[in-house]
Write a protein that binds this ligand. Structure first.
Ligand SMILES: [Zn+2]
Length: 315
């Protein structure tokens, strides 16, 4: 008995077969064909997973459910994509239930990718001991999800806990890609770095570094080599994430905040200030909330979707 888990990201799609105990039986990933339809992508992934299963001598009859994570707002009761995400453009009109029954003869469950990653960390990673968790994913944008008393918080319209990246932190901030102003993402995410660099007055210094692209890894390595402009940008972003940690503490009162994303390779540079801000500025006594790095770096989303899809068979 295994779940077929699929995690659609902005640039890659991960997929794998996972048993009820969270053991990854086989897994792989492909570059996403994000300009193609979701049907095209699912057909491609179905073919790849069948090849993967054949090479691991796993019979198709072992697949008893499917879990799909998408970078979108998801009505997980009816398996409908609510947001018109720029990638996989027809996902919001696609009938996932019908696809799963026709293609694999099993039920499917859909969930937002940050919620999937949170469940993966809760059941199999850094959140195992806890029932009240906020997950923040730092990177291209800022993703988030919330677990309250052992249940995923989804809210009235399914956006509950998902939009920490669009909490305003600067009344005089830059316009966000969501239409709001001064969102957390406009102050501290890699898509906004060109604008952040300009607003901090260090554009010419950063341009002079001739960085291959403006991302946090290049900025961190420039800062390591003593570049003051790169350090200024990084310090600004870390302070903003630390402010966000206080905000989500006040909103959701978690036991832990788990921080994920490729940038956690530099967790020692980022997490201490987030912890310090919570201890200093939240209404709680120091040590009440702990900031932790994610543990399931590669498979949190797949493990989370596997857990959720296994659980639909028992409800
Ligand atoms: Zn926004």
């Amino acid at each position: 008995m295994a779940s077929l888990a699929i995690d659609f990201g902005g640039t890659q799609v991960k997929f794998g077969l996972i048993d009820q105990d969270g053991v990854v039986l086989c897994a792989s990933k492909v570059d996403s064909s994000a300009n193609e339809t979701i049907a095209f992508n699912l057909e491609l992934i179905s073919r790849k997973i069948r090849e993967l299963m054949a090479s691991n001598a796993i019979n198709e009859g072992n697949v008893t459910s499917i879990g799909i994570a998408l970078p979108s707002i998801i009505n997980s009761k009816e398996n409908i994509v609510l947001s018109e995400y720029v990638k996989y453009t027809d996902a919001n009109t696609f009938d996932f239930n019908r696809w799963a029954l026709e293609e694999w003869s099993v039920p499917v469950i859909l969930e937002n990718d940050a919620r999937a990653a949170l469940v993966g960390e809760w059941k199999f990673g850094a959140g195992k001991e806890y029932a009240n968790i906020v997950l923040l994913t730092l990177g291209t944008g800022v993703g988030s999800a919330v677990l309250i008393e052992g249940k995923l918080f989804r809210g009235t319209h399914f956006i509950g806990g998902n939009l920490a990246g669009h909490i305003a932190v600067n009344i005089s901030g830059a316009p966000c890609n969501c239409g709001f102003v001064g969102c957390l993402e406009t102050e501290a995410s890699s898509w906004a770095l060109p604008s952040i660099v300009e607003r901090l007055g260090v554009k010419s210094d950063i341009d002079a570094l001739a960085l291959p692209s403006l991302n946090f890894f290049h900025l961190f390595s420039a800062a390591d080599q003593g570049n003051a402009a790169a350090k200024k940008v990084i310090d600004h972003c870390i302070k903003t994430w630390a402010m966000a940690a206080v905000n989500v503490t006040h909103m959701y009162d978690p036991e832990v905040i788990i921080v994920s994303g490729g940038i956690m390779q530099r967790s020692d540079d980022i997490l201490p200030l987030m912890q310090d801000h919570i201890d200093t500025y939240s209404w709680l006594s120091p040590g009440s909330v702990t900031v932790l790095p994610a543990q399931q770096v590669e498979y949190a989303g797949l493990l989370g979707m596997s857990f959720l899809s296994h659980s639909i068979q028992t409800t």
